[in-house]
Design a protein around this ligand. Structure first.
Ligand code: FEO
Length: 399
């Protein structure tokens, strides 16, 4: 906790940093940590918006009590039921059993499946508002950003949007809480890793959420993860708009799977040729070394994707199969694709990458290249057409 952080006169940040957890959702690495943001409005009536992860909330209730300063807690607004935001709900209900829980029908259903029957529930899905006194709260239903019940709370008085997971990022808050206190560019890669790994599967619903937010005057965005965007909320909105439209940067990511280094040599050769043909942003990843969350992020980020796999028991390499499956699972769209691989003793790498290409329907920039054993210089030359076509098409592609 940082002490008292005021978003405005009567709106307080009640977030916590979590630098202990290794894996978000027990799958996504957190090298920079994460924060869980809860917000509190102290008006004639009081409202808490979301809570925090149970493993990070040891002082949470004490701070709530301090800010209440003898008042009762009137509303607990649940924008999102995922447990990184409802970890303190049980403790909160024990302490404030009369609090009214605010959400929608899906909130109630999911809440009761985790925490038991709600006695005091207010469904705000049909345009209901909550008048706290000075603050008038409205609610925007934004399902699937990131679970079916997700919604946003808009304070029409101060034009503050409490956005749930939307506009969030991985990364703890290192002193700075507001966007104008931070070089926000340092969060951009982690914001995209968060977006692509956690929310990106529902990009179509993110675009629907943007449509619902159109016309709402937003002066400040309070997400459940990452900084509060009070000076330039448009910055994070523009990034989320771009990512959810699958608009990508000029660049190529090469992901290779290699047992003994021959397929890796081909990846380096192709990367070099792409650079010689004018592409400056090139990332080459070893699928056996780099966590898949970074692969997904960079695939989301760049226009060009080249996958190269050795053959393994007549299939593609298992970890390459994993990333291919995840690409399909996340529904990543709008990429130029290149494929290469090595045959070993019976093939299988390129053959199965070609099947993936048929499924994903990205535009393949050139014929797949398959090389046998230790590739010769002449074999490497077969990759030139792939590299040149990728570089050219990525440069020419106006999305
Ligand atoms: Fe931060 Fe979907 O929970």
């Amino acid at each position: 906790m940082f002490g008292k952080i005021q978003v405005s006169d009567k709106i307080f940040w009640l977030g916590v940093n979590d630098r202990r957890k290794q894996l978000f959702e027990n799958i996504w690495p957190l090298p920079e940590g994460v924060c869980y943001n809860s917000y509190f409005i102290v008006d004639d009536k009081t409202a808490l918006i979301d809570t925090v992860d149970f493993c990070a909330g040891k002082s949470f209730l004490a701070v709530v009590e301090k800010y209440l300063n003898g008042k009762t807690l009137d509303y607990l607004i649940i924008n999102h039921m995922e447990l990184d935001h409802t970890g303190e709900v049980v403790n909160l209900l024990k302490k404030y059993p009369d609090v009214k829980i605010v959400g929608n029908a899906s909130t109630k259903r999911i809440f009761e499946s985790y925490f038991g029957v709600i006695a005091n529930f207010l469904d705000v899905s049909k345009g209901e508002t909550i008048d706290l006194g000075y603050h008038k709260l409205r609610f925007v239903m934004t399902p699937w950003v990131h679970w079916p019940e997700t919604m946003m709370t808009y304070d029409a008085t101060e034009k503050v949007l409490f956005a749930g997971d939307a506009f969030g990022t991985f990364g703890a808050l290192n002193g700075g809480v507001f966007d104008d206190e931070i070089d926000v560019n340092v969060y951009e890669d982690e914001a995209l890793r968060y977006y692509s790994n956690v929310v990106g599967k529902y990009s179509g619903m993110v675009q629907k959420a943007f449509a619902k937010l159109a016309g709402i005057d937003i002066k400040c965005i309070c997400s459940t993860h990452g900084p509060i965007w009070r000076s330039n909320p448009q910055k994070i909105m523009d990034l989320y708009d771009k990512w959810s439209k699958y608009e990508a940067d000029e660049g190529v990511v090469i992901v290779f799977a290699s047992m003994y280094g021959n397929t890796e040599d081909v990846a380096d050769y192709v990367g070099r040729k792409i650079a010689e043909n004018g592409i400056k942003n090139i990332k080459i990843h070893d699928v056996s070394k780099t966590h898949i969350s970074y692969l997904i992020r960079d695939i989301w980020k760049y226009k060009g994707v080249i996958l190269g796999s050795c053959s393994y028991n007549s299939e593609m390499f298992p970890l390459m199969e994993h990333i291919c499956r995840e690409i399909v699972h996340f529904g990543i769209q709008n990429k130029k694709l290149g494929i290469f691989g090595t045959f070993s003793w019976n093939g299988g790498g390129v053959k199965n990458l070609n099947k993936f290409a048929e499924d994903i329907k990205w535009e393949q920039v050139a014929d797949s290249v398959e090389l046998k054993g230790i590739p010769s210089d002449a074999d490497y030359g077969k990759c030139d057409a792939l590299a040149i076509a990728m570089a050219q098409q990525v440069k020419d592609w106006q999305q």
